[in-house]
Each structure stands twice: as C-alpha cells, then as structure tokens.
Design a binder for this molecule. Structure first.
Ligand code: ZN
Length: 200
C-alpha cells in the first residue's frame, strides 16, 4: 500500500515538473518576445553547460555533478509559484516565502529525493557553495545568450540591452567570463552589421 501511495505522489511530482516544459519565462513575455523559451529549456541549457567544465578550465575543482544538480533544481519551485520577477508586484521576501513553501511541498511528495532537491535549492538561494555560485554564473549566462539569440532572430540589435546591463560585471568564474567576452564580441559584430544594413 505504501508503494502505491508513494508512486501516486511521485506522479504528482512529475506532473508538476512537466509544467516547466511549457511555462514561459516572464522576462521574455514582458518584452513581447514571441515563442519564448520555457523555464525547463533554461535549466536544460544550464545543465548542458556543466558538461563543459574540464580539468583545464575547472581550476577550483568544482564538483561538476553538484553543479548539474543545482542547475536542474534552482528554478524548480516555479512549477508551483510561476516565474515571479520584480515586475510582478510581489516583494522579494514574499517570492522567497512562496518558493520555499513550494520546495517543501515538492520535498513532501518525493521523500529523500525531495530533501536532496530542497537542500540544493537552499544552497543556490543562499549562494553558500562554490558550485552554487557557478550555477548563478550559468543562470546569468544562459539569460544573456538567450537575449542575444532573440536580438538576432528579430534582427533587433540592442533590443534586449537591459539584460546585458543587469548582468554586466557580475560573472565570477574565469571560464564563464571568457564565454561572456566571446558573446559580447559577437553581439558587437552583429550590431555593426545591422548598422551597415540600416536596420537600427
Ligand atoms: Zn534560472
């Protein structure tokens, strides 16, 4: 009987996670970006980026698996509370309270697995480990890369400058810093190209 009950809860958990496949990220919706990415898509690419850590660029010996796990759970609470941004009229404290409550509900549904997810979520929220700090870099990087992709798709250079301004100078890890430089370089080239073509 216990197993039936557990599996029922696990199914409920998986359906909650499934919502993230379709839930759009609020930042893009507010900028009128059509067909914008989902929260799951954002976390997936962050997860993929953890594979890029190698002996050469992982100088502080970050635990790659832990980085991956944090990437995959850091926005998990949004399957219940949605993607709340400062523009949503909800205070930062209230947002944290709602997310904490949501993560506790998830932990309740999934037992030990949920306790692990809750712990990783807290680690990220408190930025209490080098892995959590690296995940924060990935979070910001995925956002500006996505912004650049939309600028290119819409042929609208600098349209999403606010996302670049908000993250400028905030990248911590040397490997990510080097990727940021490359992104800035490509974005500048794109802007110049558009200027030449008279698109701005
Ligand atoms: Zn995120």
């Amino acid at each position: 009987m216990a197993l039936f009950n557990d599996n029922q809860k696990i199914l409920e958990f998986l359906e909650l996670v499934g919502r993230l496949k379709h839930e759009k990220r609020t930042g893009w919706v507010l900028c009128d970006i059509n067909e914008c990415e989902s929260i799951a898509g954002h976390m997936y690419r962050m997860g993929m980026m953890t594979f890029l850590l190698t002996d050469e660029n992982n100088i502080t010996k970050l635990d790659r698996f832990r980085c991956l796990q944090i990437a995959l759970v850091h926005d998990l609470a949004e399957c219940i509370v949605g993607d709340l941004t400062p523009h949503c009229g909800v205070s930062v404290e209230e947002k944290h309270r709602r997310e904490d409550e949501a993560m506790k509900k998830i932990a309740e549904l999934t037992g030990i697995a949920g306790d692990r997810m809750y712990e990783l979520y807290k680690e990220y929220e408190n930025q209490s480990s080098p892995e959590a700090k690296f995940a924060k870099d990935l979070d910001r990087y995925d956002m500006i890369l996505q912004a650049f992709e939309y600028e290119k798709r819409e042929n609208a250079p600098k349209k999403l400058e606010e996302f670049f301004a908000a993250t400028y100078g905030k990248f911590d890890h040397p490997f990510i810093q080097s990727l940021v430089e490359e992104l800035y370089r490509q974005r500048e080239i794109f802007e110049k190209k558009c200027l030449v073509n008279g698109n701005t």
